[in-house]
Design a protein around this ligand. Sequence first.
Ligand code: AMP
Length: 212
Amino acid sequence: MDLIFFGMQGAGKGTLGKAVAEKYNMKFFETGTELRKLSTETSPLAKKIQAILEAGELVSNEIVMEIVENFLNNLPNKETPVLFDGIPRKRSQGESLNTLLDKHQRKYKAVLIKISKETALKRLTTRRICPKCKAVYPLAYEKNTCENCTIELETRSDDNPDAIKKRLEIYEKETIPTLELYKNKLVEIDGEPTIEDVKILAFEALNDLMSK
Ligand code: AMP
């Protein structure tokens, strides 16, 4: 069973997604990370993607679906479940993603991690990431270096106030209406508690589903 993770930026999708993917032996598809990886290449497409990311706007469906299809084609085997993070961001992308998953005969459910806009803003303006392994560190993390790579943490270039505002607006306008496509397949999880508590809630909600 594939899982499609939804949640406002800062909901903990990435951190929770990685924990869920590990627990249920799933491959993790993190759209933002895949795009950031691509944007560091030297091609004209990479430059275009880089400019879109810096502005906090959405990369075209066509580019994103090509990356997803490539990922599905490269799975170790067809039965490997996938956890999708950061996709779909808008209704048309949800329709394209569902068509692609149906074409590949994959079963899927959606998971929504719910937080308030105030919590999202607070978390996004104070978090730091490791430039190498992309681990996310909240305000409460007191060191300046990554636990895994021991290199200095940075603020993500699109975690600036203007890009954050734009990303939250896009979430409200584009992503929330997308949830309708999954209304009969949706598992909701409270994302307000600490990440450790949210993990417990998520495993409780997903255990049955993932053991089928
Ligand atoms: P994220 O790491 O999820 O916050 O995404 C960072 C940036 O990558 C976004 O602000 C968009 O520019 C781009 N991006 C991520 N996911 C998508 C997607 N599903 N469709 C289009 N653009 C995306």
